[in-house]
Design a protein around this ligand. Structure first.
Ligand code: URA
Ligand code: SF4
Length: 244
């Protein structure tokens, strides 16, 4: 399919809310047609830590806010356990409209294709250029592709501090919060939560370390809370969905 991409709709601005407003009119790919509304981002424009998800889900599509459904609850729990104050984090998605298929009364999530990620990328790029975070956490393979511009195997890079390019933010790739919360340890036993929590701590520590003089934004967050005790990750949320 021929997709024009979002670029023609992206205004030249230093304001995230101006971006979000403009994005409502975006017709850069076909996904707007079947979605209820655009879901842009949430969080302070001066955030040091940006989280990038895949695309809005059913509940996000209805509410207009990112990560308010089951995956959002898993995410909030992970942030809490990593000692990251969620109000200081900027949360967005690689793709801003909900891709799905309708089966009876249900709307079933459908993973966005590379073409959708590419079409929507100008929004993410504009957001990152305004927010200029120290660290970007990619939640899953779709987000990683959007941020890094290439396919990565999550298992091969998780927990590492990567860079998209020499001057940009550092990038951490982790699993999507609607993916499985278990993994195999080196001895083959199934372990839960802590593996993911560890990666979150990597991101939280990196953001703390890079806390240099504020860059003049009135919204710059000031506090990351203490790290909470390492309780296993909550199993709440959309289990049984394929990893993304
Ligand atoms: N999953 C995502 O990747 N993003 C959301 O906003 C909600 C669920
Ligand atoms: Fe535009 Fe992205 Fe929505 Fe496609 S998914 S219409 S590129 S905002």
């Amino acid at each position: 399919m021929d997709r024009e991409g979002a670029q023609a709709w992206v205004p030249s601005t230093r304001s995230v809310s101006t971006l979000a407003e403009a994005a409502r009119d975006c017709r850069g790919c076909e996904l707007w047609e079947d979605a209820t509304q655009l879901v842009f981002s949430r969080g302070p424009a001066g955030a040091r830590l940006v989280l990038v998800g895949e695309q809005p889900g059913d509940q996000e599509d209805q509410s207009g806010q990112p990560f308010v459904g089951p995956a959002g609850r898993v995410l909030v729990d992970a942030l809490d356990r990593a000692g990251v104050d969620r109000s200081t984090v900027y949360v967005t998605n690689a793709v801003k409209h909900f891709r799905h298929t309708v089966r009876g009364k249900r709307r079933i999530h459908e993973k966005p294709g590379v073409g959708h990620v590419t079409a929507c990328h100008p929004w993410l790029e504009a957001e990152l250029a305004i927010v200029r975070p120290d660290v970007v956490v990619c939640l899953g393979a779709t987000a990683a592709r959007a941020v890094l511009g290439r396919a990565v195997t999550i298992g091969a890079v998780r927990g590492e501090l990567l860079e998209a390019d020499g001057s940009g933010p550092r990038v951490v790739v982790t699993t999507h919060p609607s993916g499985p919360t278990t993994r195999r340890s080196s001895r083959g036993a199934r372990t839960k939560g802590p593996a993911r929590a560890g990666r979150w701590r990597v991101a939280g520590r990196a953001a703390r370390k890079r806390r240099t003089a504020p860059r003049g934004s009135p919204h710059r967050p000031t506090e990351y809370g203490p790290r909470s005790a390492g309780r296993p990750a909550s199993e709440a949320g959309a289990r049984g969905q394929p990893p993304r």
